[in-house]
Structures are given as C-alpha cells and as structure tokens.
Design a protein around this ligand. Structure first.
Ligand code: CA
Length: 232
C-alpha cells in the first residue's frame, strides 16, 4: 500500500477550497485545509505536509508571512503560492522568501496537478542526502570528489584518508568529535593506529586547509575533547 502524499491547502475562498479539496482527494492525496494564515503556521508541525498550496491574501497573516515562518522553522516541503494578482513583484517576493512556485488564479486543474507532481518529484530527489562534495572554508574550497584543496593561489592534493577525515568531520560540523570516534569511524581501528595517529593526520591536514595551520580557524582542537570543524 502506498502512503498518501499530504497536501495542506491554505486558502480562504470557499468555492476554490471546495474544488481543490475535491480534485486532490480524487487524485489520492490526503488533504488538510486551513483558511487562516496563523492557523497554517500552527498546523504544519502536526500535519507534516509534503506540499503546501498557499494563498497570499489571507486573514490572520499573509501568505508571504506564512511562507517565511515555515522556512524559519526549517521545514523544506515545497510551497506553491496561489495568487489572484499576476504581478511580477509578488513572484519575486514569494520566491525570495522560500516559495518554490507560483500559480495565478484562475488556473486549470490539470495545470495545478502537473505543478504539484513536478514539485513532489523534485522534493524527493532533493531530500535524499547525497554525499557532500565541496566544503567552503573562507576563500579555500575543498573538493572531495577530486581530492584536492583549491586555494586562491594554489592547489593541494588530499590523500584518501584525509578525504574520509574531512567527510566525517563535516558530517559532524560544529560538534566536538573525539579522537576515539575518529579512530573508530575513519581508521576503523586499523592495526597499529592510536590517538597519536589522529593528531598527526590532523596536523598534516591543517597545513592543507588552513591559511595559518598554527592558528587554525576551521579545524580546531578542543582540549581534552578532540577536534571540531567549524562551518558557517
Ligand atoms: Ca484569499
């Protein structure tokens, strides 16, 4: 049995709500409806929509505000804004605050369904966390696919181990990582490795990714704890 995709409709125009609900339910979506902007912000945490259809002119809070608040809550489902006003300024505002698409009323049901499907397909691919390929450290760029560090004035090669080390630190960016954890996850307790091995590799890596390896800005030591990569 396939799981129904959930669509949250935020719209205060009864006839449109009726049509949207009917159409989407017929297409197999699970639908929730709110008519008020503030209520929309409250319901997303519980309803966890896969996609939101969001009117702009709403009681309580405008669609723009709703969109902004939802993004501030770090919710990344696609948002398609519904607007009666086909004005360029609205589109720009909407897209700047994190809306994914726009549809101007009146719209055809087929067009709306096509847009919803397109957004849901894209969301599926976006949400799969792929491996991290580049890390930016100020004006230094680390290309993990190519195993190299690109400085403004030079390029430096990374060893396979260094790439693994960076990947692990970046996966835990801004959190302390102990030497034991590095031994376990990067060296996998290979024969004759110890915490000293970790320290030596970290020092070497600093010479490659830090402008001032003796006073590191990104790959820092946390005394008595281990290491941490600091990313903005
Ligand atoms: Ca409205």
């Amino acid at each position: 049995m396939s799981i129904k995709k959930r669509v949250l409709i935020v719209e205060d125009e009864p006839s449109l709500v009726f049509t949207l609900k009917d159409t989407l339910e017929n297409e197999g979506y699970e639908v929730a409806i709110v008519e008020d902007g503030k209520e929309a912000v409250n319901i997303v945490k519980d309803f966890r929509p896969d996609l939101m259809l969001l009117d702009i002119m709403l009681p309580g809070m405008s669609g723009f505000e709703v969109c902004k608040k939802v993004r501030e809550m770090k919710m990344n489902f696609p948002i398609i804004m519904l607007t009666a006003r086909d004005q360029e300024i609205d589109k720009v505002t909407g897209l700047n605050i994190g809306a994914d698409d726009y549809i101007t009323k009146p719209f055809g049901v087929k067009e709306l369904l096509a847009r919803i499907q397109a957004r849901l397909r894209r969301a599926n691919t976006y949400n799969k966390p792929g491996p991290i390929n580049t890390v930016n450290l100020g004006d230094i760029r680390v290309d993990l696919n190519e195993s190299k560090v690109i400085h403004p004035d030079k390029e430096v090669e990374l060893t396979t181990r260094e790439v693994e080390l960076i990947r692990f630190l970046v996966a835990n960016a801004n959190e302390p990582v102990s030497r034991d954890s590095l031994l376990e996850n990067v060296w996998r307790y290979e024969f004759s490795t110890n915490t000293r091995t970790v320290d030596v590799h970290i020092s070497k890596l600093r010479t490659k990714i830090e402008t001032h390896p003796d006073d590191p800005r990104y790959l820092v030591t946390l005394h008595g704890v281990g290491y941490m990569i600091k990313l903005a």
